[in-house]
Design a protein. Structure first.
Length: 253
């Protein structure tokens, strides 16, 4: 009876329903968080991406909110996973947990949209959608770019591998309508999904030819706040400042 509810998906991620991609990514992140939340939080592992408390919105609802209010492209959704792999490889103490995932997602979305899309929203709009102050999102972007060494580009083949693996590890909820080899179009891949080296700018996923990117206003009314936006309360900022103070004190000691 469970198998009768399995949903067949198109072989290429570009043709997948964007809400289905949100579900696949949320499933993977929920599993990852269930493991990483068991790791004790040490002072040296605290980063700017840590919230003082777990946000009240689920990962799936957060992704759906972002898609709804920013017209996010499929490529940018899958880039979230690539950026997680890249930053975790470069920063061994960083983990995606229930305290870091939301701030990481909105930062990844903002940067991937501005680096891969012909049109994108303003930082103030991304911040409002994500429940942050614009100044805090700007600080998160700087920390993100430093952690990833500005390597925001990724090949289409790597993103397709993420898609294929998301479907394969969806717990039987989804399946591809054709084989992974067909969905890759016969392209070769350099290693596994988690170890792919795709920082070459020449292989960047892009759309729309050579036209210059444009900042576009969001359609419709501004999105409602996400509970109590972090930018309007002092608890998160004080917590982050205290964590940074502790790190500086340890370095000077």
């Amino acid at each position: 009876m469970e198998s009768s509810r399995r949903v067949g998906l198109p072989p290429a991620y570009e043709d997948a329903n964007i809400d289905t991609l949100c579900q696949l990514i949320a499933l993977m992140l929920d599993r990852l968080i269930s493991i990483n939340d068991r790791i004790p939080l040490s002072p040296e592992s605290i980063s700017r991406f840590h919230s003082a408390s777990v946000p009240q919105i689920t990962i799936l609802d957060y992704l759906r909110r972002i898609v709804r209010f920013t017209n996010l492209e499929r490529t940018c959704l899958l880039l979230i996973l690539h950026y997680i792999d890249q930053i975790c490889a470069r920063e061994p103490t960083f983990t995606i947990s229930s305290l870091t995932v939301h701030r990481f997602i909105i930062t990844a979305v903002s940067l991937s949209s501005k680096s891969h899309c012909d049109a994108f929203c303003t930082n103030s709009h991304y911040a409002r959608v994500g429940g942050l102050a614009p100044s805090e999102l700007a600080r998160l972007e700087r920390a993100f770019l430093a952690a990833i060494d500005w390597r925001l580009a990724c090949t289409r083949e790597v993103l397709q591998l993420y898609y294929v693996n998301l479907v394969a590890h969806s717990g039987g909820r989804f399946f591809l309508l054709s084989s992974p080899e067909e969905s890759l179009g016969g392209s070769s891949s350099d290693g596994g999904v988690m170890s792919s080296d795709s920082g070459s700018a020449s292989g960047a996923v892009s759309r729309g030819g050579t036209s210059s990117p444009a900042i576009v206003p969001a359609a419709g009314p501004p999105p409602p706040p996400v509970g109590r936006p972090e930018g309007t309360g002092a608890s998160v900022e004080q917590n982050m400042a205290f964590a940074q103070f502790q790190e500086r004190a340890r370095g000077e000691g």
